[in-house]
Design a protein around this ligand. Structure first.
Ligand code: ACM
Ligand code: ZN
Length: 543
């Protein structure tokens, strides 16, 4: 009897000791996980998948359940012992990180937090056939997954995309779709540019003229700004989100693990609001909602009416958006009116300020104190450095990385979004048939080569760089398809900078990225994303 036991034991050891065969295979994963090993073989999915998840992973489970339902799979809740797909807590894993282990018999996803499990599901999604992205697709009788061991976590905590819904308006359904693209690529911040000179796009109950009046402009510039004389289309244009719309988008974003950062611009880019309420400006004169692009001199006057207005507006905004941050703008505020406004000059004197730049700092600092009192932190464009940073402000560096460097050295948090690498309203190719863009040249390889951490910063100061974001200003982007064209495929490169981390071997990494991008087009096609055909070219050195 003993003898048989020994043989049996020997058999087990032999099986256990048998190495799984590692194979070389490019998986269509973007952003690239930190570590991937692919093994020979596959995991077959049944239409009903016995599933178990530890408590706290409902976000991930709901996502997967809805995603798979769409194509006829069912997750069937089970005891852990009987499950084929298991989601487990592992408190040793880093924030937002996960491990995904797919063997012939089991899928095991481990994470330390809800976000990590959610991102593990996004990786699993990218391992499934792209055809499952199609609504009401049906599972192929043999839907399989590759056998993998993946260990993954993000380099940066802030992985963002911006959308300007003022210069051209995009409705809530498109905004939700845009947010779904972010989550597919493990991006977690959506910066929603809601107010500007050419329109006000968020309902504020206390100030109805913001939506009845400021949400619409009389007409819009035709062609490029540099084409003179300026011509206009003669068409009234506008739109806005009701607070119910906003709640719907916020709830959707939560399901996609995306935090929305609403931007309410001040003191500049405020012409639409001043058009509705002229007492908010220095002159008190009526002005129209802007009909062309650029930087305008009608900015908020820092008088008590303006502060009361902005506090009321922000009180409603804060109630709608659960995230930590409110973006207060701060860019491109010409000081001409402040220089000639008696109130502004008196205020400078009274507060012992040196000049109009310090008045802007006073303005932002006062709004920061208000928002901090509501439990929120502010983000501002890098002009908020001028005249002195508000004590707790995070800086969004857009005029290059210099503002970000200065802020990090002052121990302020920074989001990098320099025009050189992160402006997706710029041209992405030299093709003369490109749709008209604002200018600039930011091809895929340039985005891919971006390093959010400038070499000037010490290791300690680098900790203040939260991550990178791309901005999508829509002066020249007039349709949903056109937004997708400008965003894809460059967003894939940015997602990899933010998640995987900046490349330190451009030639090899960029080649491998393009190889995966080529595979990823199948998923973009299934999602009906209208990506640009500029899928990268051979580039040997980081641009
Ligand atoms: C900006 O592009 N004006 C922030
Ligand atoms: Zn004034």
């Amino acid at each position: 009897m003993k003898y048989y036991w020994l043989i049996f034991l020997g058999f087990l050891v032999a099986c256990g000791g048998q190495e799984k065969e590692v194979i070389s295979k490019t998986l269509p994963l973007v952003p690239k996980p930190q570590e991937v090993t692919v093994y020979k073989g596959e995991h077959s999915l049944n239409k009903t998948i016995p599933f178990y998840a530890d408590e706290g992973f409902e976000l991930a489970s709901h996502f997967l359940s809805e995603y798979l339902q769409n194509s006829g799979f069912t997750l069937q809740e089970n005891r852990e012992d009987d499950a084929q797909f298991i989601v487990k807590k592992d408190s040793l894993l880093p924030e937002e990180g996960y491990t995904l282990s797919i063997s012939e018999a089991f899928i095991v996803l481990k994470a330390n937090d809800a976000a990590g499990a959610f991102y593990g599901m996004q990786t699993l999604r990218q391992l499934l056939p792209a055809s499952l992205e199609k609504m009401n697709s049906f599972p192929h009788p043999t839907t399989t997954l590759p056998l993998v061991e993946i260990k993954d976590f993000p380099k940066f905590s802030y992985r963002g995309m911006h959308l300007d819904v003022v210069r051209h308006f995009y409705d809530k359904e498109f905004v939700k779709k845009y947010i779904s693209y972010l989550s597919l690529l493990k991006m977690n911040r959506f910066h929603w540019h809601l107010t500007d000179d050419q329109g006000w796009r968020i309902e504020i109950k206390k100030y109805p003229e913001l939506t009845t009046h400021a949400a619409y402009r009389e007409e819009t510039l035709i062609g490029h700004y540099s084409d003179t004389p300026h011509q206009f289309d003669g068409q009234r244009y506008g739109g806005y989100y009701t607070q119910e719309d906003i709640k719907e988008v916020v709830a959707y974003a939560a399901k996609m693990n995306v935090t929305i950062i609403p931007e309410i611009e001040m003191p500049g880019h405020a012409q639409a609001a001043i058009s509705a309420y002229p007492e908010l400006g220095c002159t008190g004169e009526p002005i129209p909602v802007a009909t062309k692009w650029g930087v305008f001199e009608d900015i908020f006057c820092p008088n008590e009416k303006t502060f009361a207005f902005l506090e009321d507006v922000l009180t409603e905004v804060v109630a709608l958006f659960p995230g930590e941050y409110i973006h207060i703008g701060g860019d491109e505020a010409p000081k001409a009116h402040w220089e000639s406004c008696p109130h502004c000059q008196q205020l400078i004197e009274k507060e012992g300020l040196k000049d109009a730049h310090e008045l802007q700092s006073y303005f932002i600092t006062r709004m920061e104190a208000f928002l901090n009192s509501k439990g929120k932190q502010i983000i501002g464009w890098d002009e908020i450095l001028e005249g002195g940073l508000a004590p707790n402000a995070t800086v969004m560096s857009w005029r290059g990385t210099e503002g970000g460097i200065a802020a990090a050295k002052q121990q302020h948090e920074v989001i990098m979004t320099p025009g050189t690498h992160c402006y997706f309203d710029h041209y992405q190719s030299k093709d003369p048939n490109e749709p008209v863009a604002i200018g600039g040249f930011t091809p895929l390889e340039k985005v891919y080569a971006f390093n959010p951490i400038p070499s000037e910063l010490s290791e300690a100061a680098s900790q203040y760089i939260l991550g990178a974001q791309a901005n999508v200003w829509t002066e020249y982007i007039t349709s949903e398809d056109h937004v997708e064209y400008m965003v894809f495929p460059r967003i894939l490169a940015l997602s990899e900078v933010d998640w995987t981390g900046p490349t330190n071997n451009f030639e090899t990494d960029y080649d491998y990225f393009r190889e995966r991008l080529q595979l990823f087009t199948e998923r973009m096609d299934a999602l009906q994303i209208k990506y640009a055909p500029h899928l990268g070219k051979d580039v040997k050195e980081a641009p």
